[in-house]
Design a protein around this ligand. Structure first.
Ligand code: AKG
Ligand code: FE2
Length: 315
């Protein structure tokens, strides 16, 4: 097992070359935010009345409450890590249904943070815009994550071969990550039918350690940003009451599997709906994965050519 690479700062060129292209996890510091603002007390005061979606250890919805009620009931509980602590995931609207989405929370938070400087501002395949800023613009699965101590996101893999970013503002989280090549070993239900489910729970013996040795392990602290490359399986537990912001993206430098996905399995994937909804917010109407492939025709060819050259020179 390896401890995750941690950088205090990183240029976006180095981030792309050393982590996105080789699909390697990393933690980078220097998140722009005011730590005095990002506290449960301020969240309770400024957003406590907003409805919030409460989840279990995966992405199955449990109930709707308010943020204030969640904080009052679950924050500030000491002692051993407990099982079954619920989790608030305040996602931007992901599909065409009414819910307690996180759009209002993002808009109220927009003056209190800035995008991590090491992340590229352009070159995305998702979202489809010349530049996009996670503080203001929609990204898939952009969410404010509010989790009491012990609350957890069980082992899963993010959808449509997108990369994920988890920015930590308050409290800390422990992260266990497994290389994509270990998916079969960690699968318990091959026919689960969702992108997230079907993997074993790696914390059955105790919550504070994993039963299956991860490839990479680390702790995420306030001011740090975790990069989760596509295909990597991850289990994340809040070891303190925690506030994070997350979003997913696909960058052209790490886009080969995403292109394969559109050309192959996307048709049967329920998460394609989320991708379609996001593209629509940027003005693109695609009814099928093939429509997306046609939209990106030239860029996809360039990406695949560059990838072919890279693979050749590696032999
Ligand atoms: O911070 C967490 O609980 C994990 C977040 C995550 O992996 C996700 O939202 O996909
Ligand atoms: Fe994830």
């Amino acid at each position: 097992m390896q401890m995750i690479d941690v950088h205090e700062t990183l240029s976006s060129e180095d981030f792309l070359a050393q982590y996105v292209r080789p699909n390697r996890p990393v933690v980078v510091g220097g998140l722009g935010f005011d730590p005095a603002y990002w506290t449960p007390e301020n969240f309770r005061r400024d957003m406590g009345e907003l409805p919030a979606l409460i989840y279990d250890t995966l992405f199955d919805l449990q109930e709707v409450t308010t943020l204030g009620e969640y904080i009052d009931r679950h924050f500030g509980v000491g002692g051993e890590l407990r099982r079954g602590v619920p989790y608030v995931r305040w996602y931007n609207r992901l599909k065409d249904v009414d819910h307690a989405w996180g759009d209002e929370a993002f808009s109220r938070l927009s003056t209190h943070w800035t995008a991590p400087p090491f992340l590229p501002q352009g070159g995305f395949l998702v979202p489809d815009a010349p530049t996009a800023d996670p503080v203001r613009d929609p990204f898939p699965y952009r969410g404010v994550l509010i989790s009491a101590r012990g609350a957890r996101t069980r082992l899963h893999r993010d959808p449509f071969y997108s990369d994920a970013v988890v920015s930590q503002f308050y409290g800390s989280k422990e992260v266990a990550m497994y290389h994509p090549s270990r998916a079969a070993e960690l699968t318990v239900r091959a026919q689960d039918g969702t992108s997230f489910g079907g993997f074993m729970d790696v914390r059955t013996a105790a919550l504070d350690r994993v039963d299956v040795e991860p490839d990479i392990h680390g702790v995420l602290r306030p001011g740090q940003v975790l990069y989760v490359p596509h295909g990597w399986l991850h289990d994340v537990i809040s070891i303190e009451d925690s506030i994070s912001v997350t979003w997913n993206f696909v960058h052209e430098q790490g886009g080969v599997e995403f292109i394969d996905y559109l050309m192959g399995g996307a048709e049967d994937d329920t998460e394609f709906e989320v991708l379609k909804y996001l593209y629509r917010r940027y003005g693109g109407e695609y009814n099928s994965p093939q429509d997306v492939v046609r939209r990106f025709d030239e860029r996809f060819s360039e990406i695949l050519d560059a990838y072919g050259d890279m693979a050749e020179s590696a032999h």
